[in-house]
Design a protein around this ligand. Structure first.
Ligand code: SF4
Length: 144
C-alpha cells in the first residue's frame, strides 16, 4: 500500500469522461466521485474538459455504432501513455446491451481496432460504486 501512496503522490491523474451509449447510471456514479462525499480532487484526480489534457479516459456504456468513430477519435487525442478505464458492465462486456443491433462492441474491442497496444482497466458493476472507480484509478496509475 505504501507503494501505491508514493505513486499516488508522484502524478495526479487527470481524467476525461466519454459516455458511449449506456443508461447514464454509470455516469451519475462517476459524478458522485466528484461530490464532497468522495471528493477525488483531494487526491489530484481531476475531470478535464479536453482529452488532450487527460491521462485516463473513463468510458461508460456499450459502444454504439453511432459513437464508435467519435470514441476512436477521442482516444487518438489523448497523450500516450494513457489508460482506458472501462466503467461498468456495459463498457467491459456490453452488459445488458449485448444482443442489441446498435452496439458495435465493448470498449476494449473498439479501441484495439486503432491501437492494439492500448492499456485498459476494467471496473465491473451495474453501476460500479464510486469506491471501486477510485480503486481502478489507482490501478491505472500503476499501469501508466
Ligand atoms: S453498466 Fe449498468 S448502470 Fe452502467 S451503463 Fe450499463 S446498464 Fe447502465
Amino acid at each position: 500500500m505504501a507503494n501505491l501512496s508514493t505513486r499516488w503522490l508522484k502524478k495526479s491523474p487527470w481524467v476525461y469522461h466519454v459516455g458511449t451509449g449506456g443508461c447514464n447510471n454509470c455516469d451519475i456514479e462517476i459524478l458522485d466521485c466528484l461530490t464532497p462525499r468522495f471528493d477525488v480532487e483531494r487526491f489530484g484526480i481531476k475531470l478535464v474538459v479536453s482529452p488532450r489534457h487527460a491521462d485516463v479516459l473513463l468510458v461508460s456504456g456499450p459502444v454504439t455504432y453511432h459513437i464508435k468513430p467519435r470514441l476512436q477519435e477521442v482516444y487518438k487525442q489523448v497523450p500516450k501513455p494513457c489508460v482506458v478505464a472501462c466503467i461498468g458492465a456495459c463498457a467491459c462486456s456490453m452488459g445488458i446491451f449485448k444482443d442489441s443491433y446498435s452496439v458495435a462492441g465493448p470498449v476494449d474491442r473498439v479501441i484495439r481496432e486503432i491501437d492494439p497496444n492500448a492499456i485498459f482497466v476494467y471496473v465491473p458493476g451495474c453501476p460500479p460504486k464510486p469506491e471501486t472507480m477510485i480503486m481502478a484509478l489507482v490501478k491505472a496509475l500503476q499501469k501508466i
